[in-house]
Design a protein around this ligand. Sequence first.
Ligand code: NAD
Length: 464
Amino acid sequence: MTQISENPYFKLFSKQKENQYKVAQTTYNQRIKKLNALQRAIEITYREQIKDALFKDLGKPKVESELSEVYQIIGDIKYIKRHLHRWTRKQKVRTPLSMLGSSSYYIYEPKGVCLIISPWNFPFNLTFGPLISAIAAGNTAIIKPSEMTPNSSALMATIIKHIFDEEEVALVEGEVETSTELLKLPFNHIFFTGSPNVGKIVMTAAAKHLASVTLELGGKSPTIIDKTANIKQATKKVVWGKFLNAGQICVSPDYILVDERVKSEFIDSCKQWIEHFYSKEPQQSNSYARIVTPKHFKRLKSHLDNAQTLNAKIVVGGKYDESNKYISPTIVTDLKEEASLLNEEIFGPIMPIVSYETIDNAIDYINSKERPLALYVYSKKKLFINKVIKNTRAGGTCINNNVIHYANHNLPFGGTNNSGIGKSHGFFGFKAFSNERAVVKQHFFGAAEFLFPPYTSFKEKLAK
Ligand code: NAD
């Protein structure tokens, strides 16, 4: 068995371990200063370079990069700066009469040395998002971004080096082996964003040290379309949510459950919006992203091949260009239950449609699968919407919209079971990186005197 001191990241980890109490004792103002430095770097110094890196890695349209990466991170920082003072204060609570003579409060203290492992689909947002929470809570952090987006990872390394000493925040670039080595170290908290399968590996590694974890995972997020839904408005949102970043979004509507009475109207309307958003030739559109790597392209192409082998119908799109990692916005119907598109997270621009006869059928279908990160429902009927929400479980839900719950800093973001453990964003992100430490302060002798032996009456004790 190799010694922990032989781990390639042991030295870095040890430096942060030693430095953690100094970082933990930073004042509110000192933490704000660090957040300001990060904000300046993203908002001003590196803004154009961020968009260039994202274009190189993902072909991400610049407006999309502004909205979903730059703007989102800056929004996160501003929100935290507005509330941090309140969160870092003593949180006073009532003390029961039986503890007369004492007062009680709890504080959010930093967890310590944290590991942040992030994915490739929103490389900046999903790396800096948790980092902002870690800094706000007073932690040190080692970051391991995804190897799939090398331009973004290299730029993030530059930004981190520009702002932080490595004994406070360090970024380590590398592949799976790098994560594997890092996961052997006894971090106090691990914040992982990625697939459920790797989430299980992370949780197993964390268990060895009883490190706490936040797991932001993925899965198949369903969308339910009721017959009363405003189809034109619903499809506008579904098409936007599904094909944004070429479907490579954790909260993307993975598959559609549509009332069979409005199925053809739904498909026709989706077709119109696809043309409207991306033209008849989406490959030429400046608003449409590419698949991240040839490997991911092949995975998506094999979904389409599998569907066709099982006689499914491609009713929209289905075009691709391997040399350009391009797959057109695609809609597939008539899928057999064993089709891979209905069993694996798609994470790409392919939208399977399944029709249902009754809402009970749709709910049973959802509950027969793993619990999703998001569930979307489109309907004009309150009863219908409530029935769906009460009879299913999901990390988050939008009613008559999709994806946008991610952008509200006041809401907890995360999954449940297979789609994640723990929450992030705003206060919930700060909490993920904090330990709630309970404090009772004894001021003077009180009813607690009952506790001490000998167990005679209170009257007798007072007499002594
Ligand atoms: P991934 O799980 O393959 O990789 C995520 C990170 O883990 C990367 O940094 C990678 O290097 C590392 N990693 C990969 N295999 C590993 C292993 N065996 N041991 C240790 N580390 C390993 O995920 P991905 O392909 O980068 O991202 C797509 C997945 O992430 C999808 O499932 C998506 O739904 C999910 N996701 C979730 C959220 C969320 O906030 N809940 C956001 C984005 C993506």
